[in-house]
Design a protein around this ligand. Structure first.
Ligand code: 4AD
Length: 545
């Protein structure tokens, strides 16, 4: 094959190297068709036409062709670089919007507690961002909806979209995707993760100074944390305690139902004291003096003839001067009252209440594992509880060198104050039914023991780590005796007419008890203070938020 070159009429850019459309340079001809014979147009003295290229011209053309080759290679490289930088730019380009792929199966809206029923299904979960980790091309969101947690994995555009980069802890999102069992060796709550295919932000929580982590720092002063209680409640420990609390209240109700007690709701605003004037919260009531109730006991007693055995779960209020880790100004008081019983019957029900209710909590699929998490060493109490009379407790304390409040040996009539009581309970390290307290250190309504009128048919249940969680007694059921007791206490007998009438219109031996929900929780969940067991604790100097 020949390739034609015509220096004046040919062209490199649009020529074909043919006789009709020759190239302009031999270099170009050689560059494009290296195997062909190069014919160059020559004008000689007597003729003109194409002749084979001379050796010297070919040498020159070869050099030119090499130059052209290098030029082409350079251009190609440049082009390649240009192309790769455009794709990179495209990749870096912010993905501004994500769209749900409507061809995917419909996502069922679920609560996280039901995760296990939806493995390999496409679901929609909604909640708060509990934990967040964003890395190149991937985002991990641990979502919390109050019923559980799930790790959601965002990949591809979902991870790259600018909204994902701006996500903050505690923002609310709706995430759709498929729940997948985790492969061996990987761990996440529930052993599953959600492979997200779409999500939406419902409410973006603040970043910067106002960010959740700046508001709620674990190491912060307890008082500052209490100011932010509405936020600290979202933490795992507090919310777990609140879940155990809910389960415990359910367990009490279940127990009372099994034992045939009827639930009632006595008033909180009252005009009679139950447990002494020093802890009364007074309030104005349309021009009259009223109080926040210290105990619903007196009202429960009035219900016996109408409803039989009764119980209530009601707030009680104590203006406690003591600023201790087991005193609140408002607490949830679980109280029961039983008709026609003996003191022994009362102790029996108390033991059953505590052991059975605790077992119900431990059997609860939600609360049981939480108790294990909060209190790994917890051992459920067994019946019968150790029974100890007050007078023998004094001996025990004296033998163990634990002094009374004046730093002296305990003597009959001394109150066993919190510190001594706790030392004894912690040392014995099992539930104790402490009975038969002297009348003068107990409430006016308590029935005296027949065999020793100095002491009463009274009981405190003591638990290791907390001390007293329950107080109960048999009640004076003789009308005259009760009126005398009110008189001795300096109380206005007339104003108790509705209570004393219970003895007048068909009296009966009866008794009951009151249990501090936060105290039993402190024991069950191993919390240092009852404040950690109340939703919004109230104590001296704290009535907010
Ligand atoms: O021993 P208390 O004062 O007994 C009564 O109020 C009786 N009227 C109850 C009854 O027989 N129906 O209180 C009973 C329980 C205590 O054992 C304790 O667990 C809890 O209520 N309690 C408190 N809890 C937290 N903060 C306080 N300030 C409490 N005062 C009592």
């Amino acid at each position: 094959m020949s390739v034609y070159v015509h220096e004046t009429k040919g062209t490199d850019s649009t020529g074909f190297g043919t006789e009709e459309k020759p190239f302009a340079s031999a270099a170009y001809a050689l560059f494009t068709q290296p195997e062909s014979k190069i014919l160059v147009f020559k004008v000689q003295e007597d003729s003109e036409g194409y002749v084979e290229i001379s050796a010297s011209a070919l040498k020159k053309a070869k050099k030119g062709a090499e130059g052209l080759k290098k030029k082409q290679e350079k251009a190609a490289k440049l082009q390649e670089q240009k192309e790769s930088s455009t794709t990179k730019k495209l990749e870096d380009l912010e993905i501004i919007e994500i769209k749900e792929d409507l061809s995917l199966p419909k996502a069922e809206k679920i609560k996280l507690r039901n995760l296990g029923d939806f493995i390999d299904s496409r679901v929609s979960v909604q909640g708060w961002i509990h934990r967040l980790r964003i890395q190149k091309g991937l985002a991990f969101i641990t979502l919390r909806d109050g019923t559980g947690y799930i790790q959601c994995v965002l990949t591809g555009d979902l991870a790259k979209v600018s909204t994902t980069k701006e996500l903050t802890l505690e923002s609310t999102v709706v995430i759709k995707g498929v729940i997948k069992k985790l492969p061996e060796g990987k761990s996440a709550p529930g052993g599953v993760e959600l492979k997200a295919d779409y999500y939406e932000v419902v409410g973006l929580a603040p970043s910067g100074d106002d960010a959740f982590t700046n508001k709620v720092q674990e190491s912060a002063d307890p008082s500052l944390l209490l100011d932010q209680r509405h936020l600290t409640l979202r933490g795992e420990t507090l919310s777990n305690v609140m879940k155990v609390r809910a389960s415990l209240l359910n367990a009490f109700r279940k127990f009372f139902n099994e034992e045939g007690l009827t639930e009632v709701t006595p008033p909180c605003m009252v005009q009679n004291q139950v447990e002494g004037g020093s802890t009364l919260f007074k309030m104005g009531y349309y021009g009259e003096e009223a109080y926040l109730t210290q105990s619903s006991q007196l009202y429960l007693e009035t219900c016996l003839p109408a409803l039989g055995d009764v119980f209530c779960v009601q707030e009680s209020f104590r203006a406690e001067k003591s600023h201790t880790r087991r005193h609140l100004s408002e607490y949830t008081h679980v109280e029961a009252e039983l008709a026609f019983i003996t003191f022994e019957d009362l102790l029996g029900q108390l033991e059953r209440l505590i052991t059975k209710s605790v077992n119900y909590v431990l059997e609860d699929p939600i609360a049981g594992p939480l108790v294990k998490q909060l209190n790994p060493d917890f051992k459920p109490p067994k019946m019968p509880f150790l029974r100890m009379e007050y007078i023998h407790a004094l001996d025990w304390l004296n033998e163990h060198g634990i002094p009374n409040e004046d730093g002296e040996k305990f003597k009959f009539g001394d109150d066993i104050a919190e510190a001594a009581e706790r030392k004894m309970t912690d040392t014995i390290n099992q539930p104790i039914l402490l009975t038969r307290f002297p009348a003068e250190i107990k409430s006016f309504y308590m029935q005296r023991c027949k065999d020793d009128p100095r002491v009463t048919e009274s009981v405190d249940v003591l638990m290791p780590n907390v001390g007293e969680i329950t107080g109960g007694s048999m009640r004076i059921y003789d009308y005259k005796e009760l009126m005398d007791a009110l008189e001795r206490e300096g109380l206005d007998k007339e104003s108790y007419y509705w209570f004393t009438d219970q003895r007048k219109y068909g009296t009966c031996p009866h008794g009951g008890y009151g249990l501090g929900t936060e105290r039993i929780l402190a024991w069950l969940c191993d919390r240092f203070t009852v404040r950690d067991c109340s939703l919004y604790p109230r104590f001296t100097g704290r009535c907010k938020p």
